[in-house]
Write a protein that binds this ligand. Sequence first.
Ligand code: ADP
Length: 284
Amino acid sequence: MSDPKFKDAGMIATDGGSKQAPKKESQQPIKIDGVKHIVAIASGKGGVGKSTVSANLAVALAMRGLKIGLLDADVYGPSQPRMLGVSGRPSSPDGTTILPLRNHGVTLMSLGLMMPEDEALIWRGPMLMGALQQMLSQVQWGQLDVLMVDLPPGTGDVQMTLSQKVSVTGSIIVSTPQDVALIDARKGIDMFKRMNVPRIGLIENMASFVCDGCQKTHHPFGHGGAKAEAEKQEIPFLGEIPLDLEIRIASDGGVPMVISKPSSPQAKAFLDIADILIASEVLK
Ligand code: ADP
């Protein structure tokens, strides 16, 4: 049975959604009242840790006192509900607006909250773009300093729709240091340049690994590649995050490392990047 509350909102309902898909993409630009900045988090490849970095950075910025929202626009693999430990379905009391959920100081909206975790989303591009627009315009984001948008990997429809429909303050690219990831990250950097979206910088994830047996630091995906790429592209290098079992466990458990172990070196890596963002001109 579909949820009548979402009928007028045209939003995907409780039963997996493919029966009640959202309206198609509107041509109107979207203005989100109360939201100061929109920051897109992107990657060229999947699996480089973009969602993990988005979740930890969102919570880190909230811990620093900013009002933070996170829109999980990774429509084919929405993982933020799990990473932020959010479950339950956002309600729509008036059938038009949608009330987002909240945890760890972050306001969250995700397609993953609208459908069973193990169900595939079988929608064509225009449906997905409609859903993205609804999550931007019908969700009651409230007053936010930053709305972070966790994008799907690559340079496709979602990235283009976001860049064209709303005023994006800037983009952050996440990459591992290895060449195959960096080649695709470069394409993402180029796309934002061509879409006139300012590039806030590049983050290197899975940069190093400390062996708990020998305590030696290893670089399974190489080292320094993202920093060198940032220099080449003349964009800021924002920092590096280690490859670490606890980061993965914390994400899977719905309590990001910046909350579960705020004084750990891993959490510090995220908090340092949050501080760089706060100090940057972009978010003023
Ligand atoms: P993406 O959003 O780029 O597809 P995810 O954030 O979903 O990537 O991460 C892919 C997998 O790698 C997840 O299982 C996540 O927990 C794990 N992961 C990401 N970053 C790290 C890290 N720095 N250390 C350990 N595991 C990580």
